[in-house]
Design a protein around this ligand. Structure first.
Ligand code: SF4
Ligand code: FES
Length: 248
């Protein structure tokens, strides 16, 4: 395949960015999207040009690092996959592909396609954990009965990889799907109930502080989420928040 790429180039956080057009040739349909980007970068390095900076780590759909807005969609046109798992067979010879960083006030651009998603880390640090007594008297987790449906739903919520596609897909740049998943994975389990009230209040407070927008139920986040995190997580977040506010 021969392709035209329109890529957002930005030297650093302070410099104004712009779209730059590149051509890549002989791209195999079996390549992943990031392998195609590797081909471009090799080409740029060979001609003494600055390679395009982009985030990646596992390249297996697990770490949540790869973040690209491809033809206007976070993680591109396929469903249920991250950018690293997106294959070039989703495109046709002669296509023009637009590649931008995830856009949100709370995800400032660092360089080219790399954005700063440490706002997600700060939300996690505000309450996305359980405090466990490790003094030697710890109760065996298997001794706590958990209904199968609760274990399954908690596991589904826990599959959120914190990639930020939900924010990039949302016209309000809302982080409700991410926070909903993180609150839900504990809210559904007895171990998570102990700190449930402070967890949801603190995580939502941090989310607002970071400058994420409000949820207006458009559902774009659920469609673009590579892990199929459902809107039920947002409904549960709202219920948890309401009941915690009444207690508080
Ligand atoms: S909810 Fe989905 S889109 Fe949002 S951060 Fe988690 S995995 Fe990514
Ligand atoms: S590089 Fe880890 S999920 Fe894509």
């Amino acid at each position: 395949m021969n392709l035209t790429l329109k890529i957002w180039r930005q030297k650093d956080a302070e410099t104004k960015g712009k779209m730059v057009v590149y051509k890549v040739t002989d791209i195999s349909e079996h390549m992943s999207f990031l392998e195609m980007m590797d081909v471009l970068n090799e080409q740029l390095v060979n001609s003494n040009e600055e390679p395009v900076a982009f985030d990646h780590d596992c390249r297996e759909g697990i770490c949540g690092m790869c973040s690209m807005q491809i033809n206007g969609e976070p993680h591109g046109p396929d469903r249920g996959v991250t950018t690293c798992q997106l294959h070039m067979r989703m495109f046709k010879d002669g296509d023009t592909i637009t590649i931008e960083p995830f856009r949100a006030k709370a995800f400032p651009v660092i360089k080219d396609l790399v954005v700063d998603r440490s706002s997600f880390e700060r939300i996690q640090q505000a309450g996305g954990f359980i405090s466990v007594n490790t003094s030697g008297n710890t109760q065996d987790a298997n001794a706590i009965p958990i209904p199968k449906y609760a274990a399954d739903e908690a596991m589904d919520s826990a599959t959120c990889i914190g990639c930020g596609a939900c924010v990039a897909a949302c016209k309000n740049a809302s982080a409700m799907l991410f926070v909903g998943a993180k609150v839900s994975q504990y809210a559904l389990l007895p171990q998570g109930r102990v700190e449930a009230t402070e967890r949801v209040l603190n995580m939502v407070e941090q989310m607002d502080k970071e400058g994420f927008g409000n949820c207006t139920n458009t559902g774009a986040c659920e469609i673009e989420c590579p892990k199929g995190i459902s809107l039920e997580n947002i409904a549960r977040l709202n219920r948890e928040y309401l009941s915690a506010s009444l207690k508080g």
